[in-house]
Design a protein around this ligand. Structure first.
Ligand code: GLA
Length: 387
């Protein structure tokens, strides 16, 4: 990979001395969806696929970007003196947003850079290609300029830039999973405190299979932001009586006792998901720790039902992939993963059932939507690194 990127760097910029190489992973979330902006728990892991960069400092203030994934768009040029958001900057608004966020913290980028990016996360699949690009940029800036920020802060800077620069009101899960990833471990993160624990993903005789629906429905960002506002409203209604800081503070029983404080039925359903999903995630973490994959899988399935029926972030394509998966003997659990409205499902499948799983889902998907899903048997990888 490094050689391919080096070659591209040389071809685009005419030199390859003084170039450094970096990687930051994408993520898949095992369980704990739409809980990260509700003070709940999430349970993602970093993937061995992600985003790569080659970068070299310049003597002036020019910034040059080239993406091997968007080669037809050519080199985008700007300057470290002007890091303001611009439509025409396209995908470079992600790394430029991170630079802008560093400067906002008083960490000035002292000179320009030549950068080549390459990502092997399928585009738009919901496996956090943008978070990996943000974490990658932060990691690279820290290495090149010696900034004193730890990986947790890299995650927060990435999230901040996505919220305030790119206008997507995401939680902390994706950037945290990318920045703090650990090979063969999932990260059990309390998003209210940012305390976390690693849990070894021990799946004897089973695989984590990610299935890409290859659909991405429009208005995803606004639908996401709307759900976030509904949860905030529901929280403030509950707070009129309860001394809670977040929906993650509630048990299922406390929610049931107090849910009528939430005046709108739809909002009640959204809050219910946030509360129950958080509790499911805690149970799933304990199940994984004690090796109870049957229970883990059951909780994954319940998570899907809640995301489909209460939180309303699934879609017909994903529902077919999940319900077909449930029919395969040897599938421990299957659910939508990530923000929703398309993207991927995550399933835990016994080794001997993987082929049947793929065949069955592909057949149903072809019959119903005339499309072919993609399957990735994934491995859990480390956080960012210098290559
Ligand atoms: C997107 C966001 C995350 C999280 C998930 C849903 O991936 O970026 O912060 O909210 O959706 O769990």
């Amino acid at each position: 990979m490094k050689d391919r990127i080096r070659e591209c760097f040389k071809e685009k910029y005419g030199y390859d001395e003084g170039v450094s190489f970096y990687f930051a992973p994408g993520r898949v979330n095992l369980i704990g969806e739409h809980t990260d902006y509700n003070g709940g728990h999430v349970f993602p892991c970093a993937l061995s696929i992600g985003t790569y960069a080659a970068a070299a400092k310049r003597d002036d203030d020019r910034l040059r970007f080239f993406s091997m994934n968007f080669a037809d768009r050519g080199i985008f040029e700007s300057s470290v003196k002007d890091l303001s958001y611009s439509e025409e900057a396209g995908w470079t608004n992600y790394p430029r947003g991170v630079m802008w966020a560093f400067e906002g913290r008083g960490l000035k980028i002292p000179c320009g850079l030549d950068i080549v990016i390459y990502g092997n996360i399928p585009n738009g699949s919901g496996l956090s290609s943008s978070a990996s690009l943000e974490v990658l940029t932060g990691f690279m800036l820290r290495d090149l300029f010696g900034f004193d920020v730890d990986n947790k802060e890299l995650a927060l800077i990435g999230q901040y830039s996505e919220n305030k620069y790119n206008g997507m009101n995401c939680g902390i899960m994706d950037q945290f999973a990318s920045a703090m990833g650990k090979k063969d471990n999932a990260i059990f993160l309390d998003t209210a405190t940012l305390e976390y624990e690693y849990a070894p993903v021990v799946l004897d005789g089973m695989k984590i299979v990610v299935t890409n629906s290859k659909v991405k429905h429009s208005l995803v960002d606004s639908a996401y932001n709307e759900r976030r506002s509904s949860c905030e409203k529901a929280l403030s209604e509950l707070q009129s009586v309860l001394p809670i800081k977040t929906l993650g503070d509630l048990s299922e029983e406390e929610f049931e006792k107090n849910k009528d404080l939430i005046k709108d039925k739809d909002r009640q359903k959204k809050a219910k998901h946030a509360v129950y999903e958080n509790q499911r995630t805690i149970k799933a973490y304990n199940a994984l720790k004690s090796g109870d994959i049957v229970l883990f899988g059951k909780l994954m399935n319940e998570s899907h039902v809640s995301l489909r029926d209460d939180y309303d972030v699934s879609c017909k394509e994903i529902d077919v992939l999940v319900s077909e998966a449930w029919k395969v003997e040897g599938v421990m659990g299957s659910r939508i993963t990530g923000g929703g409205f398309g993207g991927c499902t995550v399933s835990i499948v016994k080794d001997g059932a993987v082929e049947e799983f793929k065949a069955r889902l592909a057949k149903a998907y072809k019959e119903q939507f005339d499309m072919e899903p993609e399957f990735y048997v994934v491995s859990v990888g480390d956080g960012p690194g210098k290559l």
